[in-house]
Design a protein around this ligand. Sequence first.
Ligand SMILES: Nc1ncnc2c1ncn2[C@@H]1O[C@H](COP(=O)(O)OP(=O)(O)O)[C@@H](O)[C@H]1O
Ligand SMILES: [Mg+2]
Length: 381
Amino acid sequence: MSKAFYDTLRFGILGGGQLGRMLLQKAADFNVTNCVLDPDPEAPCRFIADEFVCGSFRDFDTVINFGRNLDLLTIEIEHVNVDALEQLEKEGVKVYPQSKVIRLVQDKGLQKIFYRTHGIPTAEFHLLDSIAHIEKYASQFPFMQKLRKGGYDGKGVVRLESSNEINKGFDEPSILEKLVDFEKELSVLVARNSQGECSAFPVVEMEFNAEANLVEYLFSPALISADQEKKAIQIATHVAQSIQVVGLLAVEMFLTRSGEILVNEIAPRPHNSGHQTIEGNVTSQYEQHLRAILGLPLGSTQITKPSVMVNLLGEKGYTGHALYEGLQEALAIDGVHLHLYGKKITKPFRKMGHVTVTADTLEEAKLKAIRVNKMIRVIAS
Ligand SMILES: Nc1ncnc2c1ncn2[C@@H]1O[C@H](COP(=O)(O)OP(=O)(O)O)[C@@H](O)[C@H]1O
Ligand SMILES: [Mg+2]
C-alpha cells in the first residue's frame, strides 16, 4: 500500500529564483509543503513559498540551520555551501542532488577531469593555476578560458584568440579549452531517481544572444539527424549514470561542424533549457525532478507539441520597476504561454520571464516566437 501523499514531508530548496518558483508551482500539485532559502528578500519564490528564510545559501551555518528542519533538500542553483550539505547528509537529511555531485559540478576543472576519466567526449583542455602558465600553450590558440569556480551565464568565460590577448584572461584557477567550431548548441535533460531509473527528454537546441551570452531561443525538438539525437541521449544518460545523480541533470553539448557531439558542461537541477517542457512535453522538467527526488516513477518525456521558448530579458537602457509592454498583443496569438518570474526590478539582460510558443510545426512556432520576442519589451517606470 502506498502511503498518503507528501504533506508531512519537510522539503526545502536552496535558492529562490525562477527555477525554484516553477518547481514550487509543481510541488503544490504533489501536496509537498516547502521552505526556501535565498538572500534576496524579494526573490521570485518569496511570495509563493510556504515558508521563506532570508539568508545566504553560501554560508555554512545558515545552510545547516535551514537543513536541520528538513527531510529532503534540493537546489535550484549550484553555488551553495556544499560542506554544509555533506554534514546534513551525515545527519540523515536526504540531499538530492547529492553533495558529491554538487561539489564536482561547482568546479569546471573537476568536471572536465570527470569527462576524461569516464570516456565522455569533451573539448580538449588544460588546467591553469595562473595566467603566467598560459605561455606553455602559445602554439595552441584560440582558446576559451573559463574560471574553475563561480561562473554562470557567460560570466567567467572569455575567448582568447592569440597570446596577444592574454591581458583579457583571468589570473585565477581556470581551464583553457580548445575553441569548438560548433554548428549548434544542444541540451539534454536526464532524470535519474534513487532506484537508478533513468529517463532523458528529447534533445533541444539553444540559440544564444551574442551580446548577453544568455539563451535567447530554445527549439524543441532540435533539428538534428536521428543518429545525432540517439548519440546525444546516449552520452547524456551515460553522464547521469556515471555521476549517479539523483534528480535532474542538464547536459549542455556542442554539435560540431564535423558532426561530433561534445559535452560542454552539466547542471544538476532544472535548467533554462527545459522551460518549454511545461507546455511542450507530457511531463515537465519540474515534475520530473520532483518525481526523481521523491523516489517516484519517472514520467513520459515525450513531446506533445513542437515548441519554442523565448527568454524575456530586461531591455537595454532600462533599470528600475519593471513594466511589460506588448503582453495584450502577444497573448492574443494562439499557443503563446506566459511565465513572469515576479521580479520587481528590471535591468539590462536580466531574466524577467519567458514565453513558450507551441504550434503544430516547429516552423510555425518559430515564426510566432520571433514576433512575440519583438512585441514584448521589459522596460522600467
Ligand atoms: N570551447 C568552446 N568553444 C566555443 N564556444 C564555447 C566553448 N565553451 C563555451 N563556449 C560558449 O560560451 C558559452 C558559455 O560557456 P559555458 O562553459 O557554458 O559557461 P556558463 O557557465 O557561463 O554557461 C557556451 O554556451 C558557448 O556558447
Ligand atoms: Mg553554460
